[in-house]
Design a protein around this ligand. Structure first.
Ligand code: OGA
Ligand code: MN
Length: 198
């Protein structure tokens, strides 16, 4: 990863897309773990305060599994993201403190309505990251991530291309995931600031 390029784009545009963001072997291993029939257990994500199934599915249709440091693939991914965290702190003084992430699987036709990753009540998510794990993806497959500006104009359309990573300022970009023709695999993550003292 070219840290200077990443920091420069974040500073001037608030978002950046990175090609071949991870070593090929790691990408393949993470993809194997991001599988309904694999070792990890996937369940529907909750949204906000509401856990009602119909409401949830009308907002987001993915199933998720939070990564932890229990296996070498996740540990390597966490270490790369931590290197990125330290570089961005040095370059941009963002005060990124912790990173958390989950695998996400969107089945064919599943989507995630326009939302902001910063939850109400201020959970201090500063930067959002998404890595796309599928090893083939073309424009006709759909499943794009659409980033909007605060005036709701479209800023970027990101196709979930193999190994691509997108990073954006969590508070600045409402975004949505369009339905795809077939299953879509990714890792969504967030760098947080230090929790405010209560
Ligand atoms: C999310 C999200 C975008 C994507 O998980 O919050 O917006 O492209 N994901 O998967
Ligand atoms: Mn999001």
């Amino acid at each position: 990863m070219n840290m200077k390029h990443i920091a420069g784009c974040l500073k001037s545009h608030g978002y950046v897309t990175i090609e071949d963001s991870l070593p090929a072997t790691l990408l393949a291993n993470l993809r194997k773990r991001c599988d309904r029939n694999g070792e990890e257990h996937f369940s529907p994500a909750r949204i906000g305060r509401d856990s009602q199934r119909q409401l949830r599915e009308s907002v987001r249709g993915d199933v998720i599994h939070w990564l932890d440091a229990s296996n070498a693939d996740a540990r390597l991914f966490f270490s790369l993201m931590d290197r990125l965290r330290r570089c961005l702190n040095e370059a941009l003084y963002l005060g990124l403190f912790a990173y958390e992430c989950h695998y996400a699987i969107f089945g064919a036709g599943a989507f995630y309505q326009k939302h902001l990753d910063v939850l109400q009540g201020g959970d201090n998510r500063l930067l959002s990251t998404v890595v796309y794990l599928d090893d083939e993806w073309t424009a006709t497959d759909g499943g794009e991530l659409i980033l909007y500006a605060s005036d709701q104009s479209v800023v970027a359309r990101v196709l979930p291309a193999p190994g691509r990573m997108v990073i954006f300022l969590s508070a600045d970009f409402p975004h949505e995931v369009l339905a795809a023709q077939h299953e879509r695999h990714s890792i969504s993550g967030w760098f947080r600031g230090r929790a405010l003292a209560s």
